[in-house]
Design a protein around this ligand. Structure first.
Ligand code: ACO
Length: 431
């Protein structure tokens, strides 16, 4: 904590509020004592200006377009690491050496199966059930099968819990797709990488064995890394809030998956493709969609555009756009939606409405086009996001649970605006 203070004066009385400074220079006014001292709360709908915690995990500067995990720049991690390596970094704060990485991989492979009883759960979802609802339900159910949550904060205990969830979420995600297709489930394999295994479980069929394409594996790896954490976003804050009540990790993560599903959050990757398909069907009538997005009386927004924190380029979007062009070329896919997306971006970025509001493409704008090219169906896009975000959710849950100093149940305040105290009217006297 710095020794600087801010002074707030309310009705002539002054309150000295400590200033907190982050390691990268971010500043906060600590208002924790304000209610007790003044009787006033602070009001901040949507938490536009509210820090809910201090965290050592991810640094994000929305004005400069910087994103670092544990101090490492996102572009270096995305270029040079495996997803599992980055997950390890997020969990323990340091990059693993070769032995540590191999041990962690081994652990993930060991936990890949889900309990046979859980496989029957898939049979009871309607065929059109969203894989996001299946994922959230199944992850919550894991708590009933693996209730032994350790209170141990040793590296081994953290990695063991994390490996189990990382491994099983991948199996659940692929099984939910296979079930929706009515195809037999494909078991995880010991010899494949995390991403290669996922793709194999998704696409291998008894009649047409899947050939794991290294370029596709590399792209999925990159996408998962780019999604792995993003500090206190809606789903991560949900994980922390639900976890703050003391529920287990699986239930907290299940709540995070539900939050991610929303089209204003991770569900935007699916919404982008649906929007681009709409523009395509409308013979590329960009003007119509731009007009709708700018109309204050129309709920329509350009999906994949804008961000609460980034007021410049989202560094993830820049990397994903490049990966999108490369992957389509490698797979020899000519998707008209890529051209439409690029034109839409160009039009929006030269339009005063988007310029004045600092609206740029976000992480979801180009990712869906890559997934489409790989044959991943649209309703699985947000599941891919959830697999990627899992290390971040787990790390934040762990960080919160291990915080003996500041850990508190999450419980915001409100300003009451309903009727003032009035006399009760018994039922027989009400007209
Ligand atoms: N299209 C059109 N207008 C937009 C868009 C958009 N995508 N995003 C923001 N705006 C406008 C708003 O209408 C508002 O205009 P106004 O000042 O005239 O009222 C202004 O920009 C500010 O927008 P807010 O909604 O106040 O910004 P907020 O930070 O609350 O919302 C959000 C951020 C939810 C991401 C928003 O930009 C949005 O809805 N984008 C589309 C959905 C999307 O892509 N979500 C994924 C985000 S990334 C992620 O979660 C993984």
């Amino acid at each position: 904590m710095s020794d600087k203070h801010a002074t707030l004066t309310i009705e002539g009385k002054s309150y000295a509020l400590p200033i907190i400074e982050g390691s990268e220079g971010d500043m906060a006014v600590d208002i924790r004592s304000l209610l007790k001292e003044s009787g006033y709360i602070t009001l901040d709908s949507g938490y536009m200006n509210t820090g809910s915690c201090s965290s050592d995990i991810t640094f994000l500067d929305g004005n400069k377009g910087i994103l670092n995990y544990r101090g490492y720049a996102i572009d270096e991690l995305a270029e040079q690491c495996s997803f599992i390596e980055v997950a390890y970094l997020l969990f323990l704060g340091e990059l693993p050496n070769r032995t540590q990485l191999n041990d962690f991989r081994e652990l993930i492979s060991r936990y890949a199966l889900i309990h046979e009883d859980m496989i029957h759960f898939f049979d009871h979802f309607p065929p059109k059930a969203s894989p996001m609802s299946i994922l959230s339900t199944m992850v919550n159910s894991l708590g009933s099968y693996y209730p032994e949550m350790s209170a141990d904060s040793s590296d081994e205990a953290v990695l063991s819990v994390a490996a189990r969830l990382l491994s099983k979420i991948r199996t659940i995600a692929a099984f939910s797709y296979k079930k929706s297709e009515g195809h037999p489930l494909v078991s995880p394999r010991y010899d494949l990488s995390y991403c290669g295994n996922f793709l194999n479980m998704m696409f291998d069929k008894p009649v047409t064995p899947y050939v794991v394409h290294p370029e596709v594996v590399a792209t999925v790896n990159k996408l998962l890394i780019l999604h792995a954490d993003h500090e206190q976003n809606c789903s991560t804050s949900t994980v922390r809030l639900v976890g703050s009540a003391g529920v287990n990790l699986y239930t907290s993560i299940s709540a995070g998956i539900s939050a991610l599903w929303g089209p204003l959050h991770g569900g935007a990757n699916q919404a982008v493709i649906e929007m681009l398909e709409g523009i395509h069907r409308d013979n590329n009538d960009f003007e119509k969609y731009i007009k709708k997005a700018k109309d204050p009386n129309d709920n329509f927004r350009l999906s994949g555009f804008g961000h609460r924190v980034y007021k410049t380029f989202d560094p993830r979007a820049t990397i994903i756009k490049r990966a999108c062009e490369q992957t389509l070329k490698v797979l020899n896919v000519d998707d008209p939606l890529l051209e439409i997306a690029m034109q839409l971006e160009e039009i929006a970025r030269s339009d005063d409405y988007f310029i004045s509001r600092n609206l740029y493409p976000n992480v979801d704008f180009y990712s869906g086009i890559i997934y489409r090219a790989m044959g991943i169906p649209t309703n699985m896009f947000t599941v891919m996001f959830a697999m990627g975000r899992l290390p971040g959710w787990i790390s934040h849950w762990q960080e919160m649970m291990m915080d003996t100093k500041d850990r508190k149940i999450g419980r915001p305040r409100q300003i009451y605006t309903g009727p003032v105290k009035r006399d009760f009217v018994p039922l027989h006297e009400r007209g």
